[in-house]
Design a protein around this ligand. Sequence first.
Ligand code: FMN
Length: 391
Amino acid sequence: MREIVSCIDYVGVNDRTTQKFEALWPLPQGVSYNSYIVRGSKCTAMIDAVEISQCEHLLKNMNGAQPDYLVINHMEPDHSGAIPVLRKYFPQMTIVGNIKTLDMVKNYYGIEDNVLKIADGEELDLGGLTLRFYLTPMIHWPETMMTYVPERKLLFTGDAFGCFGALNGAVTDSDIDISPYIPEMYRYYSNIVGKYGTFVQKAINKLNCIEANYLCPTHGPVWHENLRYISSIYNRLSKYEAEPGVVIVYGSMYGNTEDMAELIADQLVQEGVRNIRIHNASYTDLSYILSDIFKYNGLIIGAPTYSNGLYPPVEAVLNAIKVRELKNRYVGAFGSFTWAPQSLKRIKTILQEMSLCTEDIPTAETKCGVSDTAKVQCISLAKEIAAKVLS
Ligand SMILES: Cc1cc2nc3c(=O)[nH]c(=O)nc-3n(C[C@H](O)[C@H](O)[C@H](O)COP(=O)(O)O)c2cc1C
C-alpha cells in the first residue's frame, strides 16, 4: 500500500509475466493494474480492481483494508476480473457503477445484489471525502467513467492517461524518470484507445471544469508533476494531430518493394525530413507500427501484389489503421507486381476509403525489379510527401 495523498492509497499490482495484453499487444516491460483505496471518516471505497490472476497480490496490498464500496470505472476484465473474489472476501462491499456497468457486472459475474447505480454528476459521501462520478463513455467501452475527489483535486481516470509498463518501485511520476513510459503511452493510446479520439475529446471538454492535481489511471504511473505534459499528449493524440515525420510501412518477399522503400527514405532525408521510421510489416509487431503512425504526420505504404491482391501483412496494417479512423495524414503509396498489378490499386483504394487525406495520393509502381521509371516515381513521391510534412 502506498500513499498518493492523505487518505488515498495505491494498492495495484504489477504483471511482468503476461506476454501480450489482450493477447495481441506485446508487454516487454509488463503492465500494472492500478487499484486505489479512498478512506473517508465514515466509509472506505476501493476504486477499480485487477485482473483475476492477481487477486492474491491485490489482497496483500490492501493490508487489511475493508472496503464498503467498490467503484468500477471500467469493466474490462483486466480491472474487473477480481470482482467475484472481492465479493466473497468482502460480502458487505457495495458495487458502484452506472447503468451500463451494472448490466455488465450482472452478465459477466452474475452479481445483481448489493449494487449501487449512480448517474452522471452524482456524488457519494465517504465522510470528509467525496466521490463524484463523471460518465465518459467509449474510453474505450460504453460504461467507462471517471471518479473525482474534489477535496484532494484527484481524478481516477480509468484507462485514459494510462500506459503499458509495470511500475518500477514508485507509483507517482514525481518519484521517477518518466521517459520510459512516454513511448509506452503512445503505444497504449494507439493500440487500445486510438479508435475513440472523438470520445476522448468529449471527455476532455467535459472535465475542463474540474481542477485536477493528480490523474490516477488504471495502468502506469499516477500523473502529478507531469500532468500538463501528459494531458497535452492525450489531447494531441485524440485530435489525431502528429509531429513532422514519415512512417514507411512495407512488405516484401524478394526485396524489390523493399528497395523502393529504401529509395524513398533516402530521398526523404535529402529533402530534410529527420524523423523517418521504416517498418517491414512482416517483422515489426503491429503494436509498434501503429504507435509510430499515430506519432508522425506522414505515412507511406508499399506492398507487392500477392495472389491478385495485397500482400497480407500490409493489408493487416491497413485494416488496423482503418479501424482506428486515423485522420489528417499526408499519405503516399507504392507497389510491385510481375504480371497483373493489384497492390498499389488496393492500397490507394483503402487509403481513399479512410479519408485520411483529401489530396491526391502520390504513388510509385514497378514491374519485377525496380525500373528507372519507378526510381523517378519514388524520388518524386518522397519530395511531395517531404514538402507536405515539413510545411
Ligand atoms: C505467392 C505469390 C503470388 C503472386 N501473385 C501475383 C499476382 O497476382 N500478380 C502479379 O502481378 N504478381 C504476383 N506475384 C509477383 C510479385 O508481386 C512480384 O514478384 C513482386 O515484385 C514481389 O515483390 P518483392 O520482391 O518485394 O517481394 C506473386 C508472387 C508470389 C510469390
